[in-house]
Design a protein around this ligand. Sequence first.
Ligand SMILES: [Zn+2]
Length: 94
Amino acid sequence: MKVPKEMNAFCPSCRKHTKHKVKNPSKGKARGLAWGTLRHERRTKGYVGKVKGQATVRKQGKRQKVILVCTVCNKAHERVLGGGRTKKKVEIKK
Ligand SMILES: [Zn+2]
């Protein structure tokens, strides 16, 4: 899926459609452990070795996001592309 470098989009802080710059979301540093991991560790506390857990569900793709930065107020918000989960990759046009 190709995304233009700039697009017109609604800005929640300007409360109107303005020009936005499209950025790739950077992968932030993981802070500690995920909520699910913590819960799993709490449940399996005291057990040694492997514990039978719930079957994992395969997800249908990923929620592909882009960061939109408003050129008027310079605030950023994100948008999910492809109507939720997709297997398509996001490319920003140059
Ligand atoms: Zn704005």
